[in-house]
Ligand binder design. Structure first.
Ligand SMILES: C[S@@+](CC[C@H](N)C(=O)[O-])C[C@H]1O[C@@H](n2cnc3c(N)ncnc32)[C@H](O)[C@@H]1O
Length: 155
């Protein structure tokens, strides 16, 4: 709740200062390597029924294009079950040479949702492009280094 209040307090000024930018996975309007960290909260894995494993992989590739490290939380899908795509996405990214780790975190919004995935692609060539998928809006928050990116948009 504190984080939400911080966001709501910051949002009017942040929008004015263009620190909140609209975007939509799997394409984001940022340059290669623009951020140190990209944080994706309650979208990837949570909507596993709506988004395919392939969408997850290309979206994570896109996040890795713009940030040195990508963090995704939680790894549950709706219904508080482990995402049906978790294994396939992990396997695919690992096979492509990404470093993928899953760590426990002290924050647990959904019961059992206390794991975060970290993906790094530091030794990979940059992604050339990703396929289009969802047309929904992604609002990202941009701050000074270390950069944070998080979805704050409304449907
Ligand atoms: C459950 S909300 C999570 C909001 C916030 N990140 C949080 O953790 O409280 C999911 C968000 O994902 C956004 N969204 C849906 N499809 C998207 C896409 N293709 N790319 C980026 N964001 C999307 C929705 O607009 C919505 O704001």
């Amino acid at each position: 709740m504190a984080a939400m209040e911080d966001f709501l307090t910051d949002y009017p000024q942040g929008k004015e200062q263009k620190r909140y930018v609209d975007g939509e996975l799997p394409h984001l309007p940022f340059a290669d390597g623009e951020f140190d960290i990209a944080v994706c909260s309650h979208l990837l894995f949570l909507y596993s029924e709506q988004f395919s494993a392939d969408f997850h992989v290309v979206s994570i590739q896109e996040l890795c294009r713009i940030a040195s490290e990508v963090r995704i939380f939680p790894l549950l899908e709706l219904g508080a079950k482990t995402s049906r795509h978790l294994q396939a996405v992990t396997d695919n990214l690992s096979a492509m040479g990404y470093s993928v780790t899953v760590d426990p975190v002290p924050y647990e919004f959904q019961r059992g949702g206390n794991q975060m995935m970290k993906i790094r692609a530091s030794n990979l060539p940059l992604t050339a492009g990703v396929r289009a998928a969802s047309r929904r809006e992604w609002r990202v928050a941009r701050s000074k280094a270390p950069f944070a990116i998080g979805m704050t948009g409304e449907d």
